[in-house]
Design a protein around this ligand. Sequence first.
Ligand code: HPA
Length: 285
Amino acid sequence: MSYEQAAAAAEFIRSKYRGEPRTAIVLGSGLGAFADELSNAVRIPYEEIPGFARSTVEGHAGQLVLGEIGGVPVAVQQGRFHYYEGYTMEQVTLPVRTFGLLGIKNLILTNAAGSLNSDMQPGSLMLITDHLNLMGVNPLRGPNDERFGPRFPDMTAVYDREFQYLASEEAKAIAHERFDKGIDDELTLFMQWGIYCALSGPTYETPAEIRMYREMGADAVGMSTVPEAIAARHQGMRVLGISCMTNMGAGMGDEPIDHEEVMVTGARVADVFKELLRRIVGRMD
Ligand code: HPA
């Protein structure tokens, strides 16, 4: 898996779509609906793109959608590749590598996550300020290709500060509008910020593990995003990360965790989430 592979994928995508998006968005579990909002859209199933794997998880459509949102061209990954599916880290990060070669400068990574913070109830969103990579692997392991980036990339500021301010402003504006309309629920106070801890999965955590991750400083746990964020920073992209809290961490709520709950919560926040992404994209270029 290599620069040449990403270049071949990028060339294929260019042959299908003439626009020149500067922003790409990866949609997490249950959050795929945003891709249906694009106008003048071209949809490319992953299996048609050279080198791309197939997405096997329920709730992940498995296609790249290129089109416009509010007149701004974007590339959207409707479904991602997870390490727990058995893919190599090269397969997991190939879409991001390809985005880089397509000229993408800004990457928005979204995911479903478990909340470790009782102030963040299911349905709230968290801006990722930093991460803990506890997946047990690093996507940059192996020979380094300088065309992507340096051997030892700095990770002091993976998540772009300016993007965080911008996203937080737009979230506040949406919250005000909802409040003015008389809507006052958990979605109205929905944006927090915190540290995302990436685990390999596919099991959810044990309550003991959740207590440990809290001690370590994590605010949310999930099974994605960090490999893509690392690859994107390696290539010099600016990254924004947003987690949707779909459940409380194991042992913090009364119920066991299941994927159905993750999907249902994603659907519940879909409208607000779509609106937030639309506004953020409009301000990114
Ligand atoms: N743990 C890990 N990943 C997740 C969770 C969780 O509780 N919820 C959604 N993705």
